[in-house]
Design a protein around this ligand. Structure first.
Ligand code: NAD
Length: 421
């Protein structure tokens, strides 16, 4: 991942707080209301014992934060990563509240995580850890209260274990308790591609607004997993964009004439990373600073900082990841006229199709992929135009505009429901 400078803002919770504060101040919120909207509703910490393959017991730490349930059940993924902290999970939970409000879907915000490098566990150990976490929190999770989904290093497999564990405890099969499930286990057509598809739609809309052709535009993608890999594939196949650089934990590669994304995805599936791809050359400098028109950070937080923002060449940044840009970087990019499509808008396609999955589970009736993609496009285009219109009207960045749209929507629900206290 890109080197980061020393004088940068790297606590995601502080960064989320700064972004919220700026928008809340512009909206002229009362200090008490501001505090109510900012603080998470509930945070839990679990100590999770797991019997390892060698018979020893190892303790893991897990978290679940519900930031808001005002607009509906808490919604948000579960991350397995060695660097997970409670602050990070709390920041991600608050971003989910704002994201669900921008996307205008009836969910609040939540997030979960376990401090673990899943690559260091066997499949059995990983399954036991996932099940222990799901069981331990089964009183918090539920289709009407808190609905997890995949995040970094979790996917359909973990969600299927989750459904099974929760269902065993509730003595009935309950698919609507998590989203991002395999198709055969109550998943939705189009969910796997949804976040990347949403990123593509936002970039398309941004290019349209700027009068910039997307066909032939040069795109660099940091993080080639569920979000980055799919976004690259769709941008190339459906929009004719040229993917010129890609990176992941294994390394970075580039090809100024364009990478063959289909071949690269096959290479990543077989070799667990982009490194060694024959259709490109290794890239030794930061992918974030690569000469391109569009940059898609789709890995982790705090990649674009005050230290490197001045060297970014892209005109558009489509945030596939959550929190990839720090507030000090935002200022630099804003001053340089770079258009940053904020995470709470740009990657909201995932949670939007998660909402569709939850609806389908509850109806017991499943939609065709075209219907899912059509409804996703409709939602994303609405969200994009609401945020863009606010940015133009209020003369603020798309990020602050996104927060303003979201805060207004959450606040409105609080006003209508009244304060029970
Ligand atoms: P993933 O685990 O499928 O992929 C993550 C990718 O980032 C991998 O290619 C990994 O190698 C790469 N990566 C990790 N560390 C890196 C490093 N140091 N340098 C370069 N690359 C690195 O995860 P994902 O689901 O694609 O999530 C990526 C981001 O998108 C996260 O911020 C996540 O919160 C966000 N997001 C995901 C979804 C979703 O539906 N999966 C939805 C919204 C937002």
């Amino acid at each position: 991942m890109a080197a980061v400078g020393v004088n940068t803002q790297l606590n995601p919770l502080e960064n989320a707080g700064l972004q919220f504060e700026e928008a809340a101040t512009r909206l002229g919120l009362d200090p008490g209301v501001k505090e109510m909207l900012k603080r998470p509703r509930r945070a839990t910490i679990q100590n999770l014992p797991v019997v390892m393959d060698d018979g020893t017991i190892r303790m893991f730490t897990g978290y679940r934060v519900q930031h808001s349930i005002a607009r509906g059940p808490a919604k948000g993924g579960i991350r397995f990563h060695q660097d997970v902290t409670l602050d990070e999970v709390a920041a991600l939970a608050s971003w989910m509240t704002w994201k669900c409000a921008v996307a205008d879907i009836p969910f609040g915000g939540g997030k979960g995580g376990i401090v673990v490098d899943p690559r260091a566990l066997s499949l059995g150990e990983l399954e036991r850890l996932t099940r222990r976490y799901a069981a331990d929190l089964s009183d918090i999770f539920g289709p009407d209260s808190d609905v997890p989904a995949p995040d970094v290093n979790t996917g359909e497999r973990e969600m299927a274990w989750f459904v099974d564990t929760y269902s065993m405890h509730s003595r009935r099969t309950e698919y609507a308790v998590v989203t991002g499930k395999p198709l055969e286990v109550g998943g939705s057509a189009g969910r796997r591609e949804a976040t990347g598809r949403g990123v593509m739609i936002c970039i398309e809309q941004m290019c349209r607004h700027l009068g910039m052709p997307l066909k032939g535009a040069r795109v660099a993608v940091q993080g080639f997993g569920n979000v980055g890999g799919v976004a690259a594939d769709l941008l190339a196949r459906e929009c004719g964009a040229k993917i010129v650089a890609a990176s992941d934990v294994s390394g970075s590669i580039h090809n100024p004439d364009g990478l063959d994304v289909t071949a690269l995805l096959a290479h990543v599936a077989a070799r667990k990373g982009v490194a060694g791809f024959a259709g490109g050359q290794p890239l030794t400098t930061s992918i974030l600073e690569y000469d391109c028109d569009i940059l898609v950070p789709a890995a982790l937080e705090n990649q674009i900082t005050g230290e490197n923002a001045g060297r970014i060449k892209a005109k558009i940044i489509g945030e596939g990841a959550n929190g990839p840009t720090t507030p000090d970087a935002d200022k630099v990019l804003d001053a340089r006229g770079v258009w940053v499509i904020p995470d709470i808008l740009c990657n909201s396609g995932g949670v939007t199709v998660s909402y569709f999955e939850w609806v389908q589970n509850r109806m017991g009736f499943y939609w065709m992929e075209d219907e899912v993609n059509g409804r996703l496009r409709e939602k994303m285009e609405h969200a994009f135009s609401d945020v863009l219109a606010t940015a133009v009207r209020e003369k603020v960045s798309l990020r602050i505009a996104g927060y303003m749209v979201a805060i207004r929507r959450v606040l409105r629900v609080h006003e209508l429901r009244g304060m029970y206290a």
